[in-house]
Design a protein around this ligand. Structure first.
Ligand SMILES: NC(=O)c1ccc[n+]([C@@H]2O[C@H](COP(=O)([O-])OP(=O)(O)OC[C@H]3O[C@@H](n4cnc5c(N)ncnc54)[C@H](O)[C@@H]3O)[C@@H](O)[C@H]2O)c1
Length: 259
């Protein structure tokens, strides 16, 4: 029996935009690993992504394992697409119980090196999108009898590396999630945030490349995390194993934040 049997999950940013690890056939990032793991735990999964082929690749991987999944195109910075992704999940699978907001990009830099346009784009993609998908999802989740939402933030919410729009939007997600959790606890909807540390994900392989040797010595556990380790933590927060956990943050960082 799976921990998400009978549930319907929407994973926004459920593709994987980057190269695979050496020896891996399929590129795995945090969003794709989460979608696959939700399906392995019994959920029917709607995979939403800016790039439909990436979402379709995730859905096909799930179906190849015997799971249920469909894909939908969604630019999470657009309100109509956020509404459309929620509607697609309900249309396809009849209900919605679980939402994961994995979308996050990194543009801009320090205060004086970030343009207003870059800052606005970051707010639209990393923060407003989560607000929008939650706003459309909560009514459906409440109708289904309750469920859970996980927003993917970052250790960058708590520590600075002088990337102002990334850090500001990831920190704002903590407040956004907490506030949504407070508003919807009585609807039996739990909302939590996950803070990954340094993860060997598609986002990192695409933008930085292989950073393992450079960062591992800084991490108490002496290695980057894997997207599967992020997915396991997300599935925990989505499942009834976390039935009394809401409005909080879970750090998954191999001890990096201990200092
Ligand atoms: N890798 C790390 O070290 C690390 C650390 C902390 C947090 N994170 C967070 O993890 C998340 C990304 O992880 P990933 O490995 O899945 O990366 P990824 O870059 O593969 O992103 C997943 C998907 O999001 C999609 N996407 C991008 N913009 C979108 C938009 N506007 N609308 C809809 N979909 C969009 C991409 O097409 C991609 O398929 C981000 O929120 C990131 O901030 C990563």
């Amino acid at each position: 029996m799976g921990r998400l049997d009978g549930k319907v999950a929407l994973i926004v940013g459920g593709g994987a935009d980057g190269p695979p690890n050496k020896g891996e056939a399929l590129a795995i990032g945090n969003g794709r690993a989460t979608a696959i793991m939700c399906a392995r735990e019994g959920a029917a999964v709607m995979v939403a992504d800016l790039r439909l082929p990436l979402a379709e690749e995730t859905a096909a991987a799930i179906r190849a394992e015997g799971g249920r999944a469909k894909a939908v195109a969604c630019d999470a910075s657009k309100e109509e697409d956020c509404r459309g992704a929620v509607e697609a999940a309900v249309r396809e699978f009849g209900k919605l119980h679980l939402l994961v907001n994995n979308v996050g990009i990194g543009i801009g830099g320090s205060l004086l090196k970030t343009t207003t346009e870059q800052f606005d784009r970051m707010v639209a993609v990393n923060l407003r999108s989560h607000f929008l998908t939650m706003r459309y999802a909560v009514a459906e989740i409440a109708k289904a009898g309750g469920g859970a939402i996980v927003n993917v933030s970052s250790m960058a919410a708590l520590r600075s590396n002088r990337l102002i729009p990334y850090e500001a939007t990831k920190a704002a997600l903590l407040g956004l999630s907490r506030s949504a959790a407070a508003s919807h606890a009585r609807d039996n909807i739990r909302v939590n945030t996950i803070l990954p540390g340094l993860i060997n994900s598609t986002m990192v392989r695409r933008e930085i490349g292989d950073r393992e040797a450079a960062v591992a010595p800084r991490i108490p556990m002496r290695r980057q995390g894997t997207p599967w380790e992020i997915a396991k933590a997300i599935v925990f927060l989505l499942s009834d194993d976390a039935s009394y956990i809401t409005g909080t943050e879970l750090i998954v960082d191999g001890g990096l934040s201990m200092g």
